[in-house]
Design a protein around this ligand. Structure first.
Ligand code: PLP
Ligand code: ZN
Length: 435
């Protein structure tokens, strides 16, 4: 069985190591930490990881049934199974959508729909790891700043632990009702602050520095470990054949950092034999990472994020900027940026094929569209797009888009409900039949 000591915390810049049980989010030098695993030791302890992961498919009633903890040995091998707080999460579908593939002129397009997680976004994958680790450390209070989805996930997982209190820092009036309703319904103490996400982030960091509160934003390296499982699960669904591309929307850049870390480890452990390329997509309203990429990441760029329908990625100072920049370099990656109109049209195109996605996922799809049109991504290449949350979490936007209530962007293919008297003749006529 697992023994302690597979992992430690390590600075991504100076390499200094810390015990993984130390509550610490940054290195003494100020840079980000990451959980580093002794991969050789993991490989010795588990010579056939593919077989191990395969055997766990279809299980229920054990943490291994989760699409995160199926990969326990690669996520947090030192975490005892008994400490795991799971719903279970993950096990999201990898869709093939012929109509959408044709629209994008891609033969092998796969949609990894992370909106199918328990609180309807991929944040559950990081949060099961973060809250489990908090419980393992004996922390009683956990907190995060959020553009909506992180708080929903944190509140839901904290609610499962007896004696654990969640505290949520939200920008007042900048999250959807569906997101807000989750945090307050799950019992989190919810602070709505007259600032933006970046302001909430600064404040929650200070509060967690001063009080014994465990910070569960993505500078918490344990959350990143859980989020790695999106890539691992997609690889397993593809029978460990790496695609040519992963395409992912970028806000705080935790997700793209996690994706890259997981893929590198999968390569080192021999689960895959080559690395895919990675495309990170931003909204033009909040595009510091895109601008950084244009200058080869020579300097870290911070912007003031403007309003956008992709509210989950309205972030001007991405927390995991440096980690993500390394991933783009290592994976021969590209970064693209899209307009409000592009992201809504891409969302509508996916929805129209029966896959309900959020505007942030629309950002990834619109970026894919542009990269495909520019020939960066070729028609025969295999592409996995990570759709980060469910359309039902942003239902107002869907309704406004299709009923023409949206001031901007312009709706290209509205589908409003037709209001009619309940009469056979009228209905027949509207459906195109003779009355
Ligand atoms: C958090 C979030 C993102 C951005 O992920 P980062 O890790 O912050 O880059 C994208 N889409 C949705 C729906 C999210 O909740
Ligand atoms: Zn350091």
């Amino acid at each position: 069985m697992l023994t302690a000591g597979f992992s430690h915390l390590q600075c991504i810049a100076c390499g200094k190591r810390y015990d993984s049980r130390e509550v610490r989010y940054h290195c003494e030098c100020g840079d980000l930490l990451e959980v580093t695993h002794d991969l050789e030791r993991i490989a010795r302890a588990h010579p056939d990881l593919r077989e191990l992961f395969h055997r766990r498919l279809g299980l229920s009633l054990t943490p291994h049934a989760s699409g995160v903890w199926r990969y326990h040995e690669m996520i947090l091998p030192d975490l005892p199974l008994a400490d795991i707080v799971t719903k279970p999460e993950g096990n999201t579908n990898l869709y093939r959508q012929p109509l959408l593939s044709r629209a994008f002129d891609l033969e092998n397009l796969y949609l990894k729909h992370e909106g199918e997680n328990p609180t309807l976004s991929f944040k559950d994958r990081g949060m099961t790891a973060g809250v489990s680790w908090a419980r393992h450390l004996g922390m009683k209070t956990v907190a995060c700043a959020s553009t909506g989805d992180t708080s929903a996930a944190m509140a839901a997982y904290a609610a499962q632990v007896e004696g654990m209190q969640g505290v949520v820092f939200l920008p007042h009036d900048k999250v959807s009702p569906e997101q807000l309703s989750q945090a307050i319904s799950y019992g989190a103490k919810t602070l709505a602050l007259a600032t933006d996400f970046d302001g909430c982030m600064r404040l929650v960091s200070e509060v967690c520095e001063k009080h014994p509160i465990y910070l569960l934003n993505s500078m918490n390296s344990f959350r990143i470990e859980g989020q790695k499982s999106i890539g691992l699960e997609a690889l397993q669904q593809l029978n460990w054949q790496a695609p040519d591309w992963f395409v992912v929307p970028v806000g705080n850049a935790g997700n793209i950092s996690a994706l890259g870390k997981g893929l590198l480890e999968a390569r080192q452990l021999g689960l895959i034999d080559r690395l895919p390329r990675i495309a990170g997509i931003q909204t033009a309203a909040a595009d510091p990472f895109y601008r950084g990429w244009q200058t080869d990441f020579r300097e870290k760029i911070v912007v003031t994020a403007k309003p956008t329908l992709a509210s989950a990625i309205r972030i001007g100072a991405p927390v995991s900027y440096e980690k993500a920049a390394r991933v783009i370099r290592r994976f021969d990656g590209v970064v693209e940026s899209v307009t409000e109109e592009e992201l809504m049209d891409a969302k509508a195109a996916a929805d129209r094929c029966g896959v309900a996605v959020c505007p942030n996922s629309g950002v990834a799809l619109a970026g894919l569209w542009k990269l495909r049109a520019a020939g960066v991504i070729e028609p025969t290449q295999t592409v996995v797009v990570i759709l980060t949350a469910h359309g039902a979490k942003f239902s107002r936007i869907g309704v406004e888009y299709h009923t023409g209530q949206m001031a901007a962007p312009r709706t290209t293919s509205p589908n409003p409900p037709v209001v009619l008297p309940p009469e056979l003749e009228v209905v027949s006529r509207v459906l195109g039949f003779a009355p």
